[in-house]
Every structure is written in structure tokens, then in C-alpha cells.
Design a protein. Structure first.
Length: 250
């Protein structure tokens, strides 16, 4: 899906996007590169539309090496988008700490490390935009999503704290919280939840999802790109929900 949106120009800007090889991350990368940004993707997989540095975001040493590589390659980092995610499904009583810790490492620790590393350079240059991709799971839950929910809730708290810490230097930090999005992340344990009878019945037929469909990755990429642009001059420490009205319904 190609959205005709008049986003600001990113020519002359550099960006790092984690999880940019597929799904929402890939849509963000394409949106930024189409507007002229020089983008580096940090991911386990190669990006089809930008240069990539392959790494495991669950490993602190690899995250630090990726940050160092980005700075050497780009010279500076104007924009950081933390989009990488993973799904570890487990109820509380069956929770294995290894899976729980890996989820937090990828979706909380890695963003914090990258915000610290690139935030230091942004402060030196006097410019920076950071956008963290959260989820409505930061505020709401489903069965067996404890690890994911915890990581996203903490990521939003980190977003607010970082926004306060970096405000004096003019660095803006925000988050975007999608609802249902048509990506491979919707495939859980071999089944696409967007094609399930459960989703069609509760969210579509009974109107739990007011717009009546999942978002496309591009529909999430657009607000991310705007928050990451120079057109955003005063929004910081906020979470922008992009869920088709899902969280507005009782």
C-alpha cells in the first residue's frame, strides 16, 4: 500500500532503524529513504531498501558494536527509530525466565542502549529525533502476552524519561503505539490472528475495532516519520496511538 502523504523532506538527515528488514520497520525505512534520508538498518536480516548491519539485539555487546558501526558509517545519527520486536508467548505460571529476559533485552534494553549511545551524539550536534514503536499492549493485555506487555509498558516509561532528560538539548523523544497491523508478527504459533474466527467475530463483526480492519505497516510508518522529522518541533514525551479506534471502545 502506498500512501500519498506530504511528509517533510529528510535530505541531509541520517537515521538508524532497528527491525527495519520487514513489517512496520521496513515501511518506516522505505518512508524515510523515499524522503531522502540516509538510513542504516540494525536487524537479524538484510533490508531490501537500505544498508544493513546484522546483529542480535538481545546481545548487549552486539548492540554496542552496531551503534559504533552506525556512527562510523553515518558520521552522526539525526534520527533513531526503535522498532525491533519479538513474541514470546507464555502464561505467568508457565513463564520461562530465558524467554522473558530475551524479550526485554530486544524490546527494552536495546532501545535504551541505543538511545544512550546516539543521544550523546545528538546532544553534541544539537539536533535529534527518537521514536520508539510501542503497542497498545502497553496498556491492555491478552492471554499469554506478559513478556511483550511488560516490555512495551516499560518502553513507554523510558520514552517519557528520555524526553525529559534530553529536552534541554532540543532532542525530541516520542512513541507510536499501533494496534492490529498486518505483518508477520500477527502470526503467532503458526496461525495468523488476523485470519482467525476470533478476530473476525470479536473485532470485525461485533465492532470492537471501529475502522473494521487491521492497519497496514505504511499507516504506522507515516506518523513515525512525521514525529522523526524537523516538522515536529514541540511534541515530546508522548505516545501516539494508531489503532483504528480500538482503544476508544468499551
Amino acid at each position: 500500500m502506498s500512501l500519498q502523504v506530504n511528509l517533510p523532506d529528510f535530505r541531509g538527515r541520517t537515521a538508524v532503524v532497528t527491525g527495519g528488514a520487514n513489517g512496520i520497520g521496513a515501511a518506516i525505512v522505505k518512508t524515510l529513504t523515499d524522503k531522502g534520508a540516509e538510513v542504516l538498518v540494525l536487524d537479524l536480516e538484510e533490508s531490501a531498501s537500505s544498508r544493513s548491519y546484522l546483529l542480535d539485539l538481545a546481545a548487549e555487546t552486539e548492540v554496542l558494536r552496531g551503534a559504533d558501526y552506525a556512527i562510523r558509517l553515518l558520521g552522526r545519527v539525526d534520527v533513531l527509530v526503535n522498532c525491533a520486536g519479538m513474541v514470546y508467548c507464555s502464561s505467568l505460571t508457565d513463564l520461562e525466565l530465558a524467554g522473558y529476559r530475551e524479550t526485554l533485552a530486544v524490546m527494552l534494553d536495546a532501545p535504551v542502549i541505543l538511545m544512550r549511545e546516539f543521544g550523546r551524539r545528538m546532544v553534541e550536534s544539537g539536533y535529534g529525533r527518537i521514536v520508539n514503536v510501542s503497542s497498545i499492549h502497553s496498556q491492555r493485555s491478552e492471554p499469554r502476552t506478559l513478556s511483550y506487555d511488560a516490555a512495551k509498558a516499560a518502553l513507554e516509561a523510558v520514552t517519557r524519561s528520555a524526553a525529559v532528560d534530553l529536552a534541554a538539548s532540543g532532542i525530541l523523544v516520542n512513541a507510536v503505539a499501533p494496534g492490529f497491523v498486518a505483518t508477520r508478527m500477527s502470526i503467532v504459533e503458526g496461525a495468523d490472528e488476523l485470519e482467525s474466527d476470533w478476530f473476525r467475530s470479536i473485532y470485525l463483526e461485533h465492532g470492537r475495532l471501529p475502522l473494521g480492519r487491521a492497519a497496514t505497516p505504511e499507516e504506522v510508518a507515516v506518523p513515525v516519520a512525521w514525529l522523526a522529522s524537523s516538522a515536529n518541533t514541540y511534541i515530546t514525551g508522548q505516545v501516539i496511538t494508531v489503532d483504528g479506534g480500538l482503544s476508544a471502545r468499551l
